[in-house]
Design a binder for this molecule. Structure first.
Ligand code: PXP
Length: 239
């Protein structure tokens, strides 16, 4: 059954707006878990604009499910991940000026550095995923790098407003998922997924896990975090 990774970065964005410690990140993670999250996902950005080092450390200790840590391809982040030992690490591209992660990793140009990082993390039994666009050359690279998983960037798909299943963006994700799975990669997906666009993606049999953050946190403003998480979980598992 498809799994839900709840990304709680934007609970930290809200907390940091006042800098007085709430809403509490650990409480949010525990509520997400109680309501259907199979993983807790956080992105430790180089500028620490939302999640910080202490959050990651505490989450690793306190959550009951598994921690999926998103990081940039940098020596500092690699060292941090090797020290914290999350269940999984997802390498993502990162630019300081961006509002959120724009596009997938340039796996072709970063092949050598990624090759070294993937090996070091796998030696510590940390599963590695690469956040990539739904393109076959990137999938081939991820496979050659020995990555455990890929996470397909669904950002372009998420901008489609209607007829999702017939869009080129959807078909690209569908074909990429099948191809990556045929090579033996675990296939995850995420970015920009919401309550209106998630179902066609969740119905792709080859996809194991979805990482969803912003839409869940936004819905929780009106409906509460428990309802926002459980509604998303029900949508993706189709009940
Ligand atoms: N997956 C990855 C690799 C991401 O970088 C992000 C955004 O941090 C997400 C999933 C979640 O995206 P969103 O917040 O738009 O649901």
């Amino acid at each position: 059954m498809i799994k839900l990774g709840v990304n709680i970065d934007h609970i930290a964005t809200l907390r940091n707006a006042r800098g007085i410690g709430y809403p509490n990140i650990i409480d949010a993670a525990l509520v997400a878990e109680e309501n259907g999250a199979d993983f807790i996902t956080v992105h430790l950005r180089e500028d620490r604009r939302h999640i910080n080092d202490k959050d990651v450390l505490l989450l690793k200790k306190k959550i009951k499910t598994k921690l999926n840590l998103e990081i940039a391809v940098s020596e500092e982040m690699l060292m941090y991940a090797l020290q914290i030992k999350p269940y999984s690490v997802c390498f993502v591209p990162e630019n300081r000026e961006e509002r959120t992660t724009e596009g997938g990793l340039d796996v072709v140009n970063k092949f050598n550095i990624l090759s070294s990082y993937v090996k070091q993390l796998h030696t510590e039994n940390i599963k590695v995923s690469l956040f990539i666009n739904p393109q076959s050359n990137d999938i081939v690279c991820a496979h050659e790098l020995g990555s455990y998983a890929i996470e397909i960037h669904t950002g372009a798909y998420s901008l489609i407003k209607q007829d999702h299943c017939h869009s080129n963006e959807y078909l690209e994700i569908l074909h990429a998922s099948k191809y990556a799975k045929s090579l033996g990669l675990v296939v995850n997906a995420g970015h920009g997924l919401d309550y209106d666009n998630v179902v066609p993606i969740a119905e792709i049999n080859e996809i194991s896990e979805l990482n969803i953050g912003f839409s869940i946190v936004a819905k929780s403003v009106f409906e509460g975090l428990p309802q926002a998480v459980s509604k998303m979980k029900k949508l993706i598992i189709g009940v």
